[in-house]
Design a protein around this ligand. Structure first.
Ligand code: AKG
Ligand code: FE2
Length: 203
């Protein structure tokens, strides 16, 4: 874990993102996946919205995933185990990068076959407090042919961008600065399951 933490902070410090394969082991990954599947079957997932407050809308042409927010005060045992891991990331980022991160929010996400999330930034006017995006993929094995990559647009000099595609490999963690890296989820050919969260600069 210590090594993962230093790779995360170095990545964020140097290039605004980090990718850690096998951040969780197979047993933990599968347990999270099973929990997500149970919650799905009990019908608790909702179509994801874009915007917040009065601007909140279901816009299937922008994103077509389904989400279930975790309740910080009411986490399952497994969820709190994951939050503990993220807490270590929060503290390490504050120590090394002085990001002033105070809290975490997260939801399970399910991308059914054919779904996607068009290019966007996670930090915008209504949610300026989202500072660091933390995504863990909990679906089973994934191959190139399943598509559904997370496509990141890395800002380069002279307003140029470099494209980086990351497959949702089971147990893979992707961390990036929410206000710096536009990204999208390309249409997926297989159900894609993740926990997406944000470290925030508010309590
Ligand atoms: O699942 C992913 O790879 C990215 C999801 C995302 O961009 C979001 O929920 O804001
Ligand atoms: Fe996003």
């Amino acid at each position: 874990m210590e090594e993962n933490l230093s790779r995360i902070v170095e990545g964020i410090y140097e290039k605004s993102y980090a990718v850690i394969d096998d951040f969780v082991d197979e047993i933990f990954r599968k347990a999270l996946f099973d929990e997500q599947t149970d919650l799905l079957e009990s019908g608790k997932f909702r179509k994801a919205a874009v915007g917040t407050g009065e601007q909140k809308q279901i816009r299937p042409e922008i994103r077509s995933d389904e989400v279930l927010w975790m309740e910080a005060q009411n986490l399952s045992l497994l969820q709190s185990e994951y939050w503990k891991r993220v807490e270590e990331i929060r503290l390490a980022l504050n120590r090394r990068c002085f990001l002033g991160l105070q809290s975490f929010e997260a939801h399970f996400a399910r991308y059914p076959i054919g779904s996607f999330y068009k290019r966007h930034l996670d930090q915008f006017q209504q949610v300026p407090y989202r500072a660091v995006t933390v995504i863990l993929y909990v679906n089973d094995a994934w191959t190139e042919a399943d598509e559904g990559a997370l496509r990141m647009y890395l800002p380069m000099e002279d307003d140029k961008e470099e494209v980086l595609d990351l497959l949702p490999l089971p147990g893979r963690l992707v961390v990036f600065l929410s206000g710096e890296i536009p990204h999208e989820v390309l249409p997926t050919k297989k159900e894609r399951n993740s926990i997406t969260g944000w470290l925030r600069t508010i309590p």
